[in-house]
Design a protein around this ligand. Structure first.
Ligand SMILES: Nc1ncnc2c1ncn2[C@@H]1O[C@H](COP(=O)(O)OP(=O)(O)OP(=O)(O)O)[C@@H](O)[C@H]1O
Length: 315
């Protein structure tokens, strides 16, 4: 099945417009505006507590915005009638009844949404759970529950899909599988929004990124553009006179970060220029190493100061 722009429709677009959600004194989502388009995987990135789940819940009409709006195809989700045929979502892998089998859980959902029974077997096989279809969900690992949640999202073969931290609990083979699946779903012309707090989960999957921190938009651009912006050259320098060197480099226009001990990280200046300035001031260098930032570093840098908790990048 193809959901491409070839159909000529402007639907499948998720639009978030000045969306704000406050819980008492906490502003979980703060005047967020972005558009999610079909045909590509859009990564929804932010540190823990950035407001990703709250935003997704508002898109799905499960939380009411304090102000602003979230629409799918120009209408709030609640005003769409097609349910699972239109939008599929994985929000919380724990929402299946533990006493039910995987097949029974999906069949209940299918029945409630007027979907044919054959879809249950189809999606179970799509997510690799056909062998455990009759087993109780209570005995499933987190990774299996994630797969079941993904099966539920796919049940109605919907053109719009939202996945909140879907990679949680999956083993490396599961991670490869899910990346391939997201790409396939997007290639079929669907709108695919996938949240994560780890850039590493997105870099081989997403074509577009929406990065938020403390409920606010930090970046909304292609992965390539985000990477190019973050890949600003930087230089690592080790010297017995870090304070003096930092001052000299800063006067010449570099930004300098003291990374503890005798290490400085310099941006906005070439390694050659750092060497020249150090030489001119007779400052000894133990190490002078140019390098480019990884995507992960670009993400960490862009969200620095926006994290509620320390993010260690390892999940
Ligand atoms: N029901 C609620 N009541 C009060 N505060 C809430 C509620 N839900 C979320 N918050 C707060 O809103 C902020 C955003 O939370 P949210 O779960 O949307 O972030 P997230 O980016 O999805 O993070 P995580 O990856 O940790 O789930 C957090 O500070 C959180 O504590």
């Amino acid at each position: 099945m193809s959901y491409g722009a070839a159909s000529g429709s402007v639907d499948r677009v998720i639009e978030v417009n000045h969306l704000t959600k406050r819980y008492g004194a906490v502003t979980a989502v703060n005047a967020l505006t972005f558009t999610v388009r079909p045909g590509r995987v859009t990564g929804f990135l932010g540190p823990n507590g950035a407001g990703k789940s709250t935003t997704m819940r508002m898109i799905l009409g499960l939380n009411r915005p304090t102000s602003g709006s979230a629409t799918i195809d120009g209408k709030p989700f609640a005003r769409h009638r097609a349910g699972l045929r239109h939008v599929g979502a994985l929000l919380d892998a724990g929402d299946a009844h533990p006493g039910r089998s995987a097949a029974a859980h999906l069949w209940a959902l299918a029945r409630g949404n007027g979907l044919p029974r054959r879809r249950v077997a189809e999606v179970l096989s799509e997510v690799g759970l056909e062998g455990v279809a009759r087993r109780r969900v209570g005995g499933f690992s987190l990774g299996m529950r994630q797969r079941l949640g993904i099966a539920a999202a796919l049940l109605g073969d919907p053109p719009v899909l939202l996945f909140d931290e879907p990679v949680n609990g999956l083993d490396p083979e599961g991670v490869r599988w899910i990346r391939g699946m997201f790409r396939r779903l997007a290639e079929q012309g669907r709108t695919v929004l996938v949240s994560s707090h780890l850039m590493s989960e997105m870099e081989n999957t997403a074509g577009h990124l929406i990065v938020i921190g403390r409920g606010q938009l930090i970046a909304d651009e292609s992965l390539t553009a985000f990477a190019a912006r973050g890949a600003q050259a930087r230089v690592t320098v080790r010297t017995p006179d870090p304070d003096e060197l930092a001052a000299v480099l800063a006067i010449d226009g570099a930004s300098v970060r003291r990374d503890g001990g005798d290490v400085l990280t310099v941006t906005g200046m070439s390694a050659g220029r750092v060497g020249e300035l150090a030489f001119a001031r007779r400052i000894m260098l133990y190490e002078l190493a140019p390098r480019t930032a990884s995507l992960e570093e670009a993400f960490m840098e862009s969200t620095a100061g926006h994290a509620d908790h320390v993010v260690d990048g390892r999940g």
